[in-house]
Ligand binder design. Structure first.
Ligand code: GRF
Length: 216
């Protein structure tokens, strides 16, 4: 499966996908890494791996819709089966996104539907939650609100800060994203209106990460 990754920042999830793409069975291929910040480390990681990159500056566009339309027309040229938002810090225009719903996923550092948006680690600690985690979901026009495909949990320990929690969660995010992209590349996951199907069966709850694999 041909995959396009969108990233705005550090690019550690991208790095995990690059490391996994050839070993995955069936394999997937990252054909483009695109972003809205030319200086993003994610773009350097892609270049070092020999992957084509594209940096578009939103300031060069009259509005968000025009930026998103240009971005997704360039994505479409690469004919991807999947678009992965991996730390892409922009909300997508609903009309531009519409034809891509079901083919676009995002990784978010919380157990959705809890804590959409920012400061997820701090908010989980402030709420006194016993567990935190990450979710991979289909992207819809609702911010961090699309159907959840898979989640990974980790306990919050006494003394955890947002920083320590984020550090412990990150490698778990990487495994979660790699496993989810692998299932999609295998053609086993589909979005059916607002439900996620695995092998044709609607999921009653998100898949859960066990080690490196996902279980219903
Ligand atoms: C991750 O925590 C991801 O869940 C969130 O943004 C962060 C991106 O990190 N959406 P990186 O750029 O992949 O290192």
């Amino acid at each position: 499966m041909r995959v396009v990754v969108l990233a705005s920042g550090r690019g550690s999830n991208l790095g995990a996908l690059i490391a996994a793409q050839r070993e995955a069975e069936p394999s997937f291929e990252i054909v483009l890494v695109a972003g809205d910040k030319p200086e993003a480390a994610a773009l350097r990681i892609a270049e070092d791996a020999g992957i084509e990159t594209l940096a578009l500056d939103p300031r060069g566009y009259a509005d968000r819709a025009r930026f998103d339309a240009d971005l997704f027309s360039r994505i479409a040229e690469r004919e991807p089966g999947l678009v992965v938002l991996a730390g892409f810090m922009r909300i997508l225009d609903p009309a531009v996104l519409a034809p891509w719903v079901g083919r676009t996923i995002n990784i978010h550092p919380s157990l959705l539907p809890k804590y959409r948006g920012l400061r997820t680690h701090a908010r989980a600690i402030e709420a006194g939650d016993a567990a935190h985690g990450a979710s991979v979901h289909f992207v819809t026009s609702e911010l961090d609100g699309g159907p959840v495909i898979a989640q990974a949990e980790l306990p919050i320990e006494s003394g955890d800060t947002a920083a320590t929690l984020a550090t412990r969660l990150l490698p778990i995010e990487h495994r979660l994203l790699v496993a989810t992209v692998g299932l999609i590349a295998a053609g086993r996951i589909a979005l059916d209106s607002d439900r996620v199907r695995l092998d044709g069966h609607a999921l009653a709850a998100p898949l859960a990460l066990r080690g490196r694999t996902l279980a219903a």
